[in-house]
Design a protein around this ligand. Sequence first.
Ligand code: CMP
Length: 225
Amino acid sequence: MTTVRPSKEALNSLRTIPLFAAVNDDDLEAIAELLIERRIPKGQTIVEEGLSGDYMYILAAGEVKVTKLSGDGREKILELLGQGDFFGEMSLLDNAVRSASVKSLTDTRILALSRSDFLKELRHNPDLSMAVIQELTHRVRQMDEQASSLSFQRVKERTQGLLLRLAKGSPVREGRRATPVLTHQQIADMIGTSRETVTRIVKRLKNQGWLAQEGKKYLVPADEV
Ligand code: CMP
């Protein structure tokens, strides 16, 4: 079997993925040869909670949601991931089943890396390992914040906190930053409340002038993000 050397463009586009930002050119070229590209239509389950996992995935384009079933069978959204994010690494690292499900919210393009290749590259490449550790640390920190906000904050503050977090990094326009496209149900699933409550709170926040809307995106005060 002949392997095709990755093109300069392919390597440049891998370089924009935070996971590979610090990896040197030779190592990146070796990794590029291991990645398998898959196109996933909108609305498909890529990873299923409770099953065993053989691949981790890097999101080259599109958006996915990470969800977990709660005890009463409701779907809780743990996180929304976008271009450059990765998922499916946990079960490869701890040999347990998939901790959550991951579903495509848009048509997506993912780059799959097999368990053995992922573990081999982590052992061989400290810059890659550091990038994975940093992202996992970031997720634990976020989970800690969500846990404390669940116990201490009222629903309105949880809604505001979530919208501010999701708007982080988007460009400032007229003093506001925009979240990704969101439904009331998705907000409710992310902060552990009902859709009706979110609808009431969104209305109140708009009346108070704190929140604005542009299509299905929410606009929050940039100086609070
Ligand atoms: P894995 O357990 O293999 O499969 C489900 C994936 O969802 C998991 O790996 C992580 O990549 C991802 N995931 C689980 N929990 C979170 C979270 N709190 N934030 C972001 N991603 C997560």
